[in-house]
Design a protein around this ligand. Structure first.
Ligand code: COA
Length: 436
């Protein structure tokens, strides 16, 4: 059959597509800006005919009733690799649970647990070209692995999605049904850096030499530092997430990717999340390569880059060097995502460095993010034996190879001055460092 006729023969309505999901099945969903808003919006409307459907999601962005409405209890149970806003709100209702993971192995391990069983996959793609190929566009973290495992693949086709290059292509013959929904793509706005973030940006810029390859993580700080890199030369990008700040650095001629070891001349990443500026930039851009998360985030792949610098942020760190980036006490907040993958990968690289950058205080300066010991319930994102470099607005602590006493001293030195004495006395009182 002509590929475009095949496309037409597979085109159904959104309600019909969601109607393919049955009770007691598992539904996996594309992540972040590549999530299918039409299909996910309809899911909750069909609640009454569905019982005990497991939905696997990762960083969902929309406000969908199947997540938010308490009446969905018993109809849907959400398993989530990385929490977004809505998930944090409903976590306490017991209809959703976090899947602990390192991103590069997230799909592989989940599929191991279910003996490769996924009933349905919901994702998004661009309209097909004349040969029947579509682009999976903004998300390639786990999507291809989940598509391969799913019994039924349904894609929401949106002509506003950028046509991205790399490993993103999928042919209409690999898809069971398509629906069309030409909505605007969800954007993540960039907030201007605060004074503390600017100081952090300057410290980090000092750690980045010309010719380095960068990974920038999710959150305010990694994006805030990009303006301070404008005088660097020949930077490269090997990241999990493409961000707006990278576009600015590329347009300023700072990112050339020429000195990279892998994919020379190209930025490499697994998903894009930002504003329309980023989505336009990645559209049909031969300099931007999307690869699956199991490739981009594999520490051994990351580590092959020369001067690989990872920059991620965190919620808390203790004087041992244990980092928590995913929970506030017992309250689950986000996920490990690719933080440990990239932090470890950077340290495997010749001249590489794993940076954790965080503001020294939270809650309007009321609490220190540097603690004697992580808060009760805090989930460890980076273990103490993996920590490398920590930056706050008060300086840089290079923790690699230091004993706990020296780590404590280095971290207290970059804590907010108003908390330093208290930190010292607590560390001694708890016997972590009996004498400072
Ligand atoms: N104690 C209590 N609350 C804290 C806190 C602490 N130590 N640190 C931060 N918070 C609060 C903030 O006040 C803020 O609350 P608000 O939303 O009510 O203002 C909230 O937690 C979020 O903090 P913020 O620093 O603004 O978060 P962010 O959007 O910059 O994201 C992380 C930071 C750490 C949550 C995010 O980077 C993350 O999830 N990282 C893990 C995954 C990762 O790094 N992946 C890398 C590859 S992409």
């Amino acid at each position: 059959m002509n590929p475009l006729d095949e496309y037409k023969s597979k085109l159904i309505t959104i309600a019909e597509a969601v109607g393919k999901v049955k009770s007691h099945q598992t539904l996996s969903v594309a992540m972040a800006a590549s999530e299918p808003p039409g299909l996910l919006g309809e899911l909750g409307n069909q609640r009454d005919r569905l019982e005990d459907v497991k939905v696997w999601v990762c960083l969902p962005l929309g406000a969908y009733s199947f997540v938010l409405d308490p009446g969905m209890d018993g109809h849907f149970f959400i398993e989530n690799w990385f929490y977004g806003n809505a998930d944090r709100k409903v976590h306490g209702e017991g209809r959703e649970s976090y899947i602990p993971n390192n991103l590069h192995q997230a799909a592989t391990k989940k599929l191991y647990a279910t003996k490769n069983k996924v009933n349905v996959f919901f994702g998004t793609a661009t309209p097909p070209d004349s040969r029947g190929y579509m682009s999976l566009s903004l998300g390639l973290v786990m999507e291809k692995q989940l598509i391969e495992a799913a019994d039924l693949v349904i894609l929401e086709i949106n002509e506003n999605l950028p046509w991205t290059l790399g490993d993103t292509q999928i042919h209409i013959s690999e898809v069971d049904y398509v629906v069309e929904n030409n909505v605007a793509i969800t954007e993540l706005q960039v907030t201007p850096p605060t004074e503390a973030e600017e100081k952090i940006g300057r410290f980090i810029a000092d750690l980045i030499e010309d010719g380095s390859t960068l990974q920038l993580g999710i959150g305010g700080i990694p994006n805030a530092i990009t303006p301070f890199l404008l005088d660097r030369k020949d930077l490269g990008i090997h990241t999990e997430m493409f961000t707006d700040g990278m576009v600015d650095l590329y347009n300023a001629g700072v990112i050339t990717n020429r000195k990279k070891t892998l994919w020379k001349g190209k930025m490499v990443g697994a998903f894009a999340l930002g504003t329309k500026k980023l989505y336009d930039f990645v559209n049909n851009n031969l300099g931007v390569e999307f690869q699956q998360g199991c490739v981009t985030n594999d520490p051994y792949v990351i580590g092959k880059n020369y001067r690989m610098i990872s920059i991620n942020t965190a919620l808390q760190i203790d004087v041992f060097g244990q980092v928590c980036s995913q929970s506030i006490g017992f309250k689950h907040f986000s996920g490990t995502g690719g933080q440990l993958d990239t932090h470890r990968g950077a340290q495997l690289s010749n001249q590489g460095r794993g940076i954790i950058a965080l503001r020294s205080t939270a809650k309007n300066g009321e609490i220190s993010t540097i603690m004697p010991i992580l808060s009760e319930g805090a989930e460890v994102t980076i273990p103490s034996h993996d920590i490398d470099t920590v930056v706050t607005e008060f300086g840089i602590a290079d923790l690699k190879g230091l004993c706990v006493r020296d780590r404590a001293l280095a971290l207290i030195n970059i804590a907010h001055p108003k908390f330093r004495d208290q930190l010292k006395s607590e560390v001694m009182r708890l016997g972590i460092v009996p004498k400072i």
